[in-house]
Structure formats: structure tokens, C-alpha cells
Design a protein around this ligand. Structure first.
Ligand code: PLP
Length: 375
């Protein structure tokens, strides 16, 4: 008997038809890079590293020039060894992806059946939901309090069809984080069959000692996955490298369904070099630690509502008064060559998300917004 006999018959449709729900998915909208009629605008819309990338990573990338005809090592052995050594993690529990975005996709694909659900915060990062909906999963949004994940609200939404809980810690676009104690309470309240995904895309930027990156929890638990990326601190967004530290059976499942060559040779080489470049990492962190409080204080001084950020960007609330709104500020900044991120798609129509820049950029943002708000 064919194993397709139990599947619904979509063959009668007049033309190829995507699975139910696919065409209801709102496509991911990336941070803008260009503005019509504005030459060389500054992109502060995608939380990239304003310092660029490590000189060692750039050299390693260039060294791949003679290998472009070769398939990469599908197990990413050199990168696996480097991540394993740097973070003291069992190499067989690491999974590498085309950005951490791919890891979220793989988790959804491996664990969701139609009708199952995932839970995320009200303002959760958009990629989780896209992947879940593509698997005909449902997405449950837990209300946040003061733009922060609320553990109890998440736990209230768990039912027998919940398979994954996705938490970006710190969150995007909020920049807020929950403490190690809150993460452990969330984990303790979840059934063992539910996977807690702790997305640490911005984890390196958090200075507060109450924060934990979740790796210690993931080491012990059978249902915790921690993800990290080379796109932010390491400034390698273009190369698309992320990784997960997962319980061995989960890592095994993800590895079976990922594309065999999902990280390229230049990407693997550059990521290994970036991990070893402590100086570039330190400079990147110092920049954020210096300018994040300055920008928050200056924009707060203009009367804007600043959400306390632990990441490399700020979420800024604008008045609802016509002439002073977030949408109008966005357009004003763009015309002045500063591209920041509108976050209406995240349910935050009165906010903008601004990546921390160099001193000159941060000062330009403050000056522009002062001019915009002036009466
Ligand atoms: C919270 C969060 N997670 C994951 C990612 C994706 O990272 P990657 O470039 O590794 O796919 C981003 C990128 O903006 C992010 O903001």
C-alpha cells in the first residue's frame, strides 16, 4: 500500500496549490537598506555590527577564494570544533544553520504537526511564526508586560498541542530580557514534551549579572535548545551562520532534515576566525556599552519613551499626536539619510527600533529627532 493513501487529495485543484495557510503567511519584512532619492543613507535598521567585521574574519573569508568550486564540509568540522572549544560544549550536540533563522525553521519542521502550536511573546521575533505556520502550526502570542516576556502569561497558553516555546532573550524588537531565574521558572513550568528555545542572538550584549544565556540549563535539560548567531556581535550577517546547542536526540533530528551543505566554506572559515578575535568582540561590546546609555538618555531627554535595552539597539516610543508620530519620524529620518526600523508589523505602530551606531551616527540621530520634535 502506498504511504500517500491517507493524505488529503489536492490533485483535483485546477493548478498547483500551496498547502493550506501558506498564502496567509505575511512575508518577513527585513530592515530597509535604501531610500528613493537619498544617496548613501546610513542603515540603522537591521541591528548589524556598525564596526563591520573582524579583520581576521575578513582575511579568512578571502582565503577561501581558491575553494569556491568545492562543496563545504557538511558537518562544519572546523567550526564545530571552534564553537565546542570556545563555549565548552559537546560537539555532537551542536547544529549549524544558514543563520539561526534556519535553526528555528528546522525545529518547527521537525516537531510540529498540523494543528500543533508554538508560543512566543506578544512582540516575538517574526521568524518563529513564519516557520510554524509553514508547518500548519498555530502561533500563540503571550501578552508582555512593559515590553518584557511574562513567564506566567506564557505558561497559561500551554496545552496538549504545544510543542515549542520560543523566547528571544534579549528580545527583538524590544531589547528587553528576562533573568536567569525567570527562564528557569518558565522551564520548570513546561511539560517535558515542550521544547524551550532560547534565542540568544543578542545574548553577548547583555551586561547585567541577573542574565543567564541558558547554556547551563540546556546542558542538563532534555528539552532546552539555545541558539546563537554570527550575525550580530561578530558582524557576519552576510555569511549566514548560526548554531544551536541542543539535547543529542534533538540535534540528531535537526541534522537529518537540514540541507546537507547549509554553511559555506567562506562562512565557516570566517566564523572560526571571528570567534578567535577577542579584540574585535571587545571593541564591538564597548561601543554598545558606551553609546546605548547615551542614546537612551538623549532621546529620553527629548521626551521620547525609551524601552530599557540590553541589546545593540533601542526601541523608542513616539507620541500619537499628528505630526510627531513614529511613522512621520521614520520618514523624516529617512529623508535625512538615516534609516531606522518601523515596527508596526510587530504590533508596535508607535515605536521605532534604532540600531546603535558610531558616535557620529548616534549624534546625527539625536539631532534629527530633536529637529523633528521641535515646535
Ligand atoms: C532575535 C533574533 N533572532 C535571530 C535572528 C536571526 O539571526 P541570523 O542572522 O543568525 O539568522 C535575529 C536577526 O535579526 C534576531 O533579531
Amino acid at each position: 500500500m502506498s504511504d500517500t493513501t491517507t493524505l488529503p487529495d489536492r490533485g483535483a485543484a485546477a493548478r498547483p496549490t500551496p498547502k493550506p495557510g501558506i498564502l496567509d503567511i505575511a512575508p518577513y519584512v527585513p530592515g530597509k537598506a535604501n531610500v528613493d532619492g537619498v544617496a548613501n543613507p546610513l542603515k540603522l535598521s537591521a541591528n548589524e555590527n556598525i564596526l563591520g567585521s573582524s579583520p581576521d574574519a575578513r582575511a579568512a573569508f578571502a582565503s577561501a577564494i581558491d575553494s569556491l568550486h568545492l562543496y563545504p564540509d557538511g558537518r562544519a568540522a572546523i567550526l564545530r570544533e571552534a564553537v565546542s572549544r570556545t563555549y565548552d560544549l559537546e560537539p555532537e550536540r551542536l547544529v549549524f544553520g544558514c543563520g539561526s533563522d534556519e535553526i528555528f525553521q528546522l525545529l518547527n519542521q521537525a516537531f510540529l504537526e498540523p494543528g500543533d502550536n508554538i508560543i512566543q511573546g506578544e512582540y516575538g521575533f517574526g521568524a518563529y511564526a513564519i516557520g510554524a505556520r509553514a508547518c500548519q502550526g498555530q502561533v500563540r502570542f503571550a501578552p508582555e508586560r512593559d515590553y518584557r516576556i511574562d513567564v506566567d502569561e506564557i505558561l497559561k497558553l500551554v496545552d496538549g498541542r504545544t510543542r515549542l516555546v520560543f523566547i528571544a532573550n534579549p528580545g527583538n524588537p524590544t531589547g528587553t530580557y528576562i533573568t536567569g531565574e525567570e527562564v528557569r521558572r518558565l522551564h520548570a513550568g513546561l511539560p517535558p514534551s515542550v521544547i524551550l528555545v532560547l534565542d540568544g542572538a543578542y545574548a553577548e550584549f547583555v551586561a547585567d549579572p541577573t542574565f543567564e544565556d541558558g547554556i547551563a540549563l540546556a546542558r542538563e535539560a532534555d528539552n532546552v535548545v539555545v541558539t546563537r548567531t554570527f550575525s550580530k556581535l561578530h558582524g557576519l550577517a552576510a555569511l549566514r551562520v548560526g548554531w544551536a546547542y541542543a539535547p543529542a536526540p534533538i540535534a540528531d533530528a535537526l541534522d537529518r532534515i537540514r540541507l546537507p551543505f547549509n554553511t559555506s566554506i567562506p562562512a565557516q572559515l570566517a566564523a572560526v576566525a571571528a570567534l578567535a578575535d577577542a579584540d574585535f568582540q571587545a571593541r564591538s561590546l564597548e561601543l554598545i556599552e558606551c553609546w546605548r546609555p547615551w542614546l537612551a538618555q538623549q532621546l529620553g531627554g527629548l521626551g521620547l519613551d525609551i524601552v530599557p535595552s540590553a541589546a545593540n539597539f533601542l526601541l523608542v516610543g513616539f507620541p500619537k499626536t499628528p505630526g510627531k508620530t513614529a511613522a512621520e519620524a521614520l520618514a523624516f529620518l529617512e529623508q535625512g539619510g538615516l534609516i531606522v526600523r518601523g515596527v508596526g508589523g510587530y504590533g508596535l505602530p508607535h515605536h521605532l527600533r534604532i540600531t546603535i551606531g558610531l558616535e557620529i551616527h548616534n549624534r546625527a540621530v539625536v539631532e534629527a529627532l530633536a529637529a523633528f520634535l521641535k515646535d
